[in-house]
Design a protein. Structure first.
Ligand code: F6R
Length: 612
């Protein structure tokens, strides 16, 4: 969480920084601020709330500095306020810092600094950074080109926790230094100008050439050069990476919101994710994976570990691995898995799903599995993200940048990729060939069927007008549809603020049915052919208790049984989560719009959860 941007070049820094912050706002929007070097002194402008408050501040246009850092905050330590907003300066106003992450030992460091005469003006952990740098800087008697870097490195070696930090110094007006540990940070290379950002899309309109920094490494940026150093300040070389995403993929492109754009990008995201991994007549190919029949046959289980929506994609993966490959598969929430002393050993394959590749709990769970001797495989949407650098092997969804906080195209792409991975395993294990051939055919037809499903938008929008004022809703399903119910319920909660529960339909009468009241909306998903009758009986139970019912189905069912039925195209049960979630993504979107909410930036949330 939190977004940071940096610029050093020959242009006025403030508009570039603000532009970057607007694109990073999905990472947090409690406060925003920038700091630039202005004629050998440091300026800071910051305010509570959204980036728009920042660019409305009086005097922001008069900043002329060509070196600057900026921050948009998701509050952890210290409430959202002007004084807690970043950047923070040291007492002597020599250093200015923005920080993404948490300095866990800040109490101790703060006390140390107070004992040495420093004063603090905010409740943040970040304010210790510029002051500690100043402490070491003032003790260093050698004045050379590296004094600033030395003081910064000295301070960072005292930190416990996670950080992506940008720092500027009034004594070094032609430099910016950055470092990271367990927080994302990329460096963009331009022509006589360089950039820093928490993620690639925020600066994609300026450059497509990037350097990735590993934990504990430092980059010293000037206008014409970028030098890299390891933890001991030994100079290191880095290769520039060229990113293929085009700049318009990080723009709204005429859509009202990123979320709507991303929902409509799903046919392309799925096409790109399928890529050239197989044809109907050829086996799946993952060049980057080394798995043999012997290795897969000796696995005691697969673990899929993720958070939120990515975890829901993992549930679809469990269904496919177990049915297609006959490998027992467990799915766990990363923040729980880590603390339950999981049964993982060298015969376990651990798969980690993360759109951003930066989710702190998922990364920590991955490190734990490596310690236990398991092979680790990351599924991410971001090339070079932390999770892909930690894992033994990585494969990618090709959904393009996902900007809206609520995940849509990343989820369907994750389900797609994990399904193809399961087919790949089944082919190596030589099982279920009779199922695989028609499944591959269905996969090839899927993008067209997604397009067809998207044509339902208008009728879903009309339906949203009838139910947007509800306080509670239920989502029901059985089998694979229950995993979609979970994802639909999460989507509704996060962007419409309507409380909702998802339940396995057969479990309802063991307690939650007591919550069903007259006129409450119950949404059911029915795509499993052998569970149609059972689902209809469960829906009857809630109708009898006064519920209004919406059914999403690809089965031949009498529409008169429910208040509303939405028919989606038929597909393989392994792929149905990709189609059945789409009307429900649209429903959440339109309900949120109807309520006049900020769809792309729901309250209290941030897209990339880099704190545990
Ligand atoms: C919900 C949503 C979150 C993320 C979760 C994991 O719409 O987006 O639940 O799925 O925070 O994020 P990643 O996939 O980046 O690890």
């Amino acid at each position: 969480m939190c977004g940071i941007v940096g610029y050093i070049g020959n242009q006025k820094a403030s508009p570039i920084l603000i532009n970057g912050l607007i694109r990073l706002e999905y990472r947090g929007y409690d406060s925003a601020g920038i700091s630039t070097i202005e004629k050998n002194s440091l300026s800071i402008m910051k305010d509570k709330g959204r980036v728009k408050n920042l660019y409305q501040l009086e005097g922001i246009d008069s900043l002329t500095g060509t070196v600057g850092i900026a921050h948009t905050r998701w509050a952890t330590h210290g409430k959202p306020s002007q004084e807690n907003a970043h950047p923070h300066m040291d007492n002597s106003k020599t250093f200015s810092v923005v920080h993404n992450g948490i300095i866990e030992n800040y109490h101790e460091l703060r006390k140390f600094l107070i004992d040495h005469g420093y004063t603090f003006y905010s409740q943040t952990d970040t304010e210790i950074i510029p002051n500690l740098v100043h402490y070491y800087y003032s003790k260093d008697t050698v004045s050379d080109d590296l004094k600033f870097l030395r003081a910064f490195q000295h301070a960072c070696s005292d930190f416990k926790g996670s950080y992506g930090i940008e720092i500027i110094c009034k004594d070094y007006p032609d430099q910016m230094i950055v470092t990271r540990k367990d927080s994302p940070l990329v460096i963009g290379k331009g022509e006589e100008e360089n950039y820093v950002s928490s993620d690639i899309p925020a600066i994609l309109s300026f450059t497509r050439n990037f350097y990735l920094l590993n934990d504990f490494e430092y980059a010293v940026l000037s206008r014409n050069a970028i030098s890299f150093y390891d933890q001991e300040l030994q100079s290191i070389a880095k290769e520039v990476k060229h990113i293929e995403w085009n700049a318009s993929s990080a723009e709204k492109d005429g859509y009202e919101d990123f979320m709507l754009k991303e929902i409509y990008e799903q046919p392309t995201a799925i096409r790109e994710t399928i890529g050239a991994k197989f044809s109907e007549s050829s086996h799946c190919v993952f060049d980057e994976l080394p798995f043999t029949k012997e290795y897969l046959a000796t696995l005691n289980r697969i673990y899929i570990i993720a958070c939120g929506t990515a975890m829901h994609a993992g549930l679809a993966g469990k269904n496919t691995f177990e049915k297609l490959c006959k490998i027992s598969t467990e799915v766990d929430v990363a923040s729980e898995f880590r603390y339950r002393n999981p049964l993982v050993d060298e015969k376990t394959l651990c798969i980690f799903i993360s759109q951003s590749g930066e989710t702190a709990d998922t990364i920590a769970a991955l490190k734990l599995c490596k310690e236990k001797g398991a092979k680790t495989l990351a599924i991410s949407n971001v090339i070079g993200s932390s999770i892909t650098r930690e894992a033994d092997y990585s494969i990618y969804t090709h959904a393009g940048p996902e900007i809206a906080v609520a995940s849509t195209k990343a989820y369907t792409s994750q389900v797609m990729l994990i399904t193809i991975l399961a087919i790949y395993f089944a082919e190596i294990l030589e099982c279920n060939q009779n199922v695989i051939t028609p499944l591959k055919k269905e996969i090839m037809e899927l993008p067209k069927k997604i397009e067809e499903t998207l044509t339902l938008a208008k009728s879903i929008q009309d339906f949203s007008k009838k139910i947007y004022q509800e306080k509670d809703m239920f989502f029901l399903g059985r089998g694979i549809d229950e995993t979609v119910a979970k994802e639909a319920s999460l989507k509704l909660k996060e962007i419409s603020y309507i409380h909702s529960e998802s339940y396995p339909a057969g479990e309802l009468k063991h307690g939650p049915i007591a919550l069903i009241e007259n006129d409450m909306t119950v949404i059911s998903i029915i795509t499993e052919p052998n569970l149609v009758e059972k689902m209809i009986s469960n829906i009857q139970e809630v109708i009898t208790r006064g519920a209004k019912t919406l059914v999403i189905t690809n089965q031949e069912i009498d529409a008169n049984l429910f208040d509303r039925m939405i028919k989606i195209p038929e597909t393989s049960p392994f792929l149905s989560p990709i189609l059945s979630i789409i009307p429900l993504q649209l429903l959440s979107y339109y309900i949120s719009k109807e309520k006049g909410l900020d769809v792309d930036k729901p309250r209290n949330l941030a897209k990339s959860v880099t704190v545990e």
